[in-house]
Design a protein around this ligand. Structure first.
Ligand code: SF4
Length: 353
C-alpha cells in the first residue's frame, strides 16, 4: 500500500529514532513504560534550561522525592532550595502546587488526557502535550523550540517567529501519528537537538532530507526567521550585606522576598527595589544605619526581560538592634534558597567574585 506523505515522514523519522535516540535519564528505554512523574519533572526543568544542566537537578530531585506524593509532602522551602540555580522560581512553586494537585485531585497518579493535565498548576499547552504523548502515548502534538525549527525548515516557512506559530502547530499536527506518538515527539526533539541544529544543520544525515523544502531551496541555515527583539533594558538597585557576630559564629542578614513577583518567596540579601532609574534612592532601603562600604564592582545578572546591575554594600552591626529579616550563619548559607543573582552578591561581598 502506498504511503501518504505524512506516513512517509512518520516512518522515516521513527526508523531514524530507533537507531539514534538519545539516552536521557528521564527517558524510558525502548519498549519500557515511561514514568509520568519523571516525564513531567524533566519537562518542567527543561523549560529554558539545557539538558546538561537539568541532569544533576533531576537526579537529586528523584533521589530525594522518588514519587509525586513524596514531592507533594515536602516543605516548599526544601523544594526551592533544591531548585536554586535553575532560575525561574515561579516554576518551582508551581511544581510543588502541581504535585499537591495530582495527589488531591487524582490520587497521586497523573491524568493521561491533555485537558486534565492542562488544568493542573504550572502545566501549559506544551507540557500537557508532552506528558500526554511521552508518558501515555496519546496522540498529542508537541511543539518546543527544536520542533519549531525543524517544521519551519521542512516547509520553508518564511513568516518570522512568533507569528508563524499557528502554522507550525498546524503542520506538526498533520504529521503526528496515532501510534508511537510519544516516540515521534521525542524523535522530533532529538532531530532538532542533534541534526537540525540552529546553525549548520546536518542535512546529509537527516531522515527528512529528501522532503525538506528549506534544504532543497538552500536556505536551511537561515530559518526560522525571527522578529527583531526589543533590546533588554537595564535596572539598577543596591544590595546590603550586613554581618554581625552571632552566638555560633559570624552571621549575615537575609530577608524573604514577597510571594508575588520576580523570585517570589526566595531568600535575598536585603536589596532596594530594582528600577530603570539609575539615580533612584537606594539608601532609604538599607536595613540598618551602619558604616557601609561599597564593593568595587557591581553585580551584573541578566534576567529574561532585563539586565540587572546591583551595587553591593558591606556593613557590620555591632549591637543587637532590631532589623527586618533573619540572621543566617555564614557557614550555613547553602541551606537557604538563594537565587543565582543572590549567590553572585554573596561572592562579591565575601571577595570571592
Ligand atoms: Fe533540518 Fe536539513 Fe533535515 Fe531539513 S534536511 S529538517 S534543514 S536537517
Amino acid at each position: 500500500m502506498t504511503k501518504t506523505p505524512a506516513q512517509t515522514l512518520q516512518s522515516d523519522l521513527l526508523d531514524w529514532y530507533d537507531r539514534h535516540r538519545r539516552i536521557l535519564p528521564w527517558r524510558a528505554l525502548p519498549g519500557a513504560p515511561a514514568d509520568p512523574y519523571a516525564v513531567w519533572l524533566s519537562e518542567i526543568m527543561l523549560q529554558q534550561t539545557t539538558v546538561a544542566t537539568v541532569k544533576g537537578y533531576f537526579a537529586r530531585f528523584l533521589a530525594r522525592w522518588p514519587t509525586v506524593a513524596d514531592l507533594a509532602a515536602a516543605p516548599l522551602d526544601d523544594v526551592l532550595t533544591e531548585w536554586a540555580g535553575l532560575g525561574y522560581y515561579a516554576r518551582a512553586r508551581n511544581l510543588h502546587k502541581c504535585a499537591n494537585a495530582v495527589v488531591e485531585r487524582h490520587g497521586g497518579r497523573f491524568p493521561s488526557e491533555e485537558a486534565a493535565l492542562l488544568a493542573l498548576p504550572g502545566i501549559g499547552r506544551y507540557t500537557a502535550a508532552a506528558v500526554a504523548a511521552i508518558a501515555f502515548d496519546r496522540q498529542a502534538t508537541v511543539v518546543d523550540g527544536n520542533v519549531e525549527r525543524v517544521i519551519s525548515r521542512l516547509h520553508a516557512i518564511q513568516d518570522p517567529l512568533p507569528d508563524s506559530r499557528p502554522e507550525i502547530y498546524r503542520r506538526a499536527a498533520e504529521i503526528t501519528p496515532v501510534r508511537r506518538a510519544g516516540d515521534f515527539a521525542q524523535a522530533m526533539m532529538d532531530l532538532g537537538a542533534t541534526v537540525c541544529t540552529p546553525r549548520n544543520p546536518s542535512c546529509m544525515v537527516c531522515p527528512w532530507s529528501a522532503h525538506c523544502a528549506a534544504r532543497i531551496a538552500g536556505i536551511a541555515g537561515e530559518l526560522p526567521h525571527k522578529k527583531d527583539k526589543k533590546p533588554r533594558p537595564t535596572r539598577y538597585g543596591m544590595a546590603f550585606w550586613l554581618e554581625r557576630e552571632g552566638v555560633g559564629g559570624r552571621e549575615v542578614l537575609l530577608r524573604r522576598r514577597p510571594e508575588e513577583g520576580l523570585l517570589g518567596g526566595m531568600m535575598e540579601i536585603p536589596s532596594s527595589p530594582w528600577t530603570e532609574d539609575d539615580a533612584a534612592d537606594g539608601w532609604s532601603h538599607a536595613p540598618a544605619q551602619v558604616a557601609w562600604e561599597a564593593v568595587d564592582e557591581p553585580v551584573i545578572h541578566v534576567f529574561t526581560h532585563f539586565r540587572l546591575e546591583l551595587d553591593v554594600m558591606r556593613g557590620a552591626m555591632l549591637g543587637r538592634g532590631p532589623v527586618d529579616g533573619v540572621w543566617a550563619r555564614l557557614d550555613r548559607l547553602k541551606d537557604y534558597a538563594l537565587p543565582t543573582v543572590m549567590t553572585k552578591v554573596v561572592k562579591a561581598a565575601r571577595g570571592k567574585a
